[in-house]
Design a protein around this ligand. Structure first.
Ligand SMILES: [Zn+2]
Length: 543
């Protein structure tokens, strides 16, 4: 089993969670704990155990500023969204940043460079990268780079509350199956009981049926809606499905999209966890499967289906559902969309019309299906957003005959939202082909971004004395294709500027001690994704 007292809490005080391990997130399972930091940044973060820093990564998105500590027992702890590192780590990484002339860096120090003892301050908590508010993301990985639920290592979180079930749905799986006289997915009526359990209004069903629920767990010391630890089901007393969130590997995390009802999520933003194993579901967290968790109803006998939802502390919620067999066939069944474009998931598929070609590698989708593929001028419909792709496919535009002038500032856009906003999709050109690699089905077209980024000084004006200032701040924005890169120099020498995409801020810390002269000529160049660039220049003085 996992060592219980080896890892200390990385923060002072009681552990309060804003997110649990395995929680369902956008295209992934949450791989650690999100520990609350009193809505503040700058709390001390401690090494959970002795070891050495084996990786430091600074990125605009994702984990922002992150540290990885490898411990002698083979585990690695991860600390993410940090505001800044301790002085010894900070000076180590700044040197790399100045060497590489880049804010974004990733280094793998060897085991004798940055050695730490248990409880040593390694960083200060923050909100960097793709973080929606100040917190510490904390992970424990094993030596095979699998994430393990940190609560299994003895971290205590106060939780006496039962998980809450928000909705339950039934799915007739094949053409002959039906629930309450319908072949379509049905929302069932959930009746909360006094003790926190639930009863579901009796249903009539026939054939192969599956169920899915939306469930959350709250802990005692915060109102955050977190994930549950385990879900089990039983049919007439016999267990037929278990899922638990103890551990997973990184190559399976994207398959969250197979666990949830993805079309439902895409349309309604509600995550329903399926309590059955679909075909081509590679996830490893299932157990005790009988009939892959499906309920088979082929006579008029009544069955009792029970669902047990459990949090890490063992608080459980039970849902009871009576299924009455209904052998009367229903007259109408739903008709599925068909087209001449059949995507066989076992094969590489190339779709082609006019100047547009779409290349879909095999096993991009979980099922084979008929694709809605339409081309009108430079607009291409590649089905719709309600289907998940777990591999990249490529959309190619043949631009033979376009002059370089015609193609200047042109990018491939995915139309998003009610107003069909042309969202930039990473666009590259090879010979006479403009292409993008994407995992998003939907409608794409060519768009042009003619507007260069804007650069505005925030805490200074041209000619200002800045002797008493700690930071130099600018705001950079690009409304359409987005910022691709930025570069700042003072008197011709590169200076580190930290970029935060959430606030559009570009910040230099004078404590880096690279701005040493009295008269300083600042030059900032910002380029967008189609190559439009803006140069900002100003002078400032320091003594
Ligand atoms: Zn997190």
């Amino acid at each position: 089993m996992y060592p219980q007292d080896y890892f200390a809490s990385p923060l002072d005080g009681e552990t309060i969670l804003a997110g649990t391990f395995g929680e369902l997130r956008n295209n992934h399972f949450h791989s650690g704990l999100d520990i609350k930091t009193k809505q503040r940044e700058g709390l001390k973060v401690y090494a959970a155990a002795s070891g050495y820093i084996s990786r430091i990564k600074i990125a605009h998105f994702g984990y922002g500023k992150a540290l990885y500590i490898t411990h002698p027992n083979g585990y690695t702890t991860v600390y993410a969204h940090l505001q800044r590192f301790s002085d010894k780590i900070e000076s180590f990484i700044k040197k790399k940043q100045y060497d590489q002339e880049s804010f974004e860096v990733e280094v793998f120090p060897s085991n004798n460079e940055l050695i730490l003892t248990k409880g040593e301050v390694i960083a200060f908590s923050g909100n960097t990268g793709s973080s929606g508010g100040p917190h510490l993301h904390y992970e424990i990985r094993d030596n095979q780079e699998r994430s393990i639920n940190p609560l299994l290592f003895g971290i205590k979180v106060k939780d006496t509350k039962k998980p809450i079930v928000k909705s339950i749905y039934a799915y007739p799986i094949d053409e002959l199956s039906h629930v309450n006289n319908s072949n379509l997915k049905q929302k069932l009526r959930l009746i909360p009981l006094q003790n926190g359990d639930y009863k579901v209004e009796d249903i009539k069903a026939y054939g192969k049926i599956g169920f899915a629920i939306n469930t959350i767990d709250r802990q005692d010391l915060a109102a955050n809606k977190n994930g549950v630890y385990k879900i089990e089901t039983a049919l007439n007393g016999m267990p037929n499905f278990t899922i638990n969130f103890k551990r997973f590997s990184f190559n399976e995390t994207k398959h969250l999209n197979r666990l949830i009802d993805y079309p439902h999520y895409s349309e309604k933003k509600e995550r329903l966890q399926k309590l059955f194993l679909d075909t081509n579901n590679p996830l490893s967290m299932y157990d005790n499967l009988v009939d892959d968790g499906y309920v088979m109803v082929y006579d008029s006998i009544a069955s009792l289906y029970k669902i047990k939802v459990e949090d890490f502390e063992g608080n459980t919620t039970i849902i009871d559902l009576n299924i009455n067999g209904d052998t009367t066939p229903i007259s109408e069944t739903s008709t599925n969309f068909t087209s001449q474009y059949y995507i066989n998931r076992q094969e590489n598929v190339i779709l082609e019309k006019d100047k547009i070609t779409v290349n879909i590698p095999k096993e991009t989708f979980y099922d084979s299906f008929f694709m809605d593929f339409q081309v009108h001028s430079d607009t291409v419909k590649v089905h719709d957003k309600n289907r998940a792709a777990n591999k990249y496919f490529t959309i190619n535009y043949d631009v033979t005959g376009y002059s370089p002038e015609d193609l200047k500032q042109v990018y491939i856009a995915r139309l998003v939202g009610w107003n069909n906003y042309p969202s930039y999709s990473s666009t590259k050109q090879k010979d006479d082909v403009l292409y993008t690699r994407t995992k998003n089905l939907g409608t794409y077209c060519l768009a042009r971004d003619t507007v260069a980024p804007t650069i505005k000084p925030v805490n200074f004006t041209d000619g200002k004395w800045m002797s008493k200032y700690r930071f130099l701040k600018l705001k950079i924005e690009d409304k359409q294709s987005g910022i691709s890169n930025y570069r700042a120099t003072v008197n011709g020498k590169w200076i580190l500027m930290e970029y935060d995409y959430k606030t559009d801020m570009l910040v230099h810390d004078f404590k880096d001690n690279v701005v040493k002269e009295t008269n300083n000529n600042l030059k900032v160049i910002v380029t967008d994704n189609v190559g439009n660039s803006t140069t900002f220049e100003a002078t400032f003085h320091r003594k």
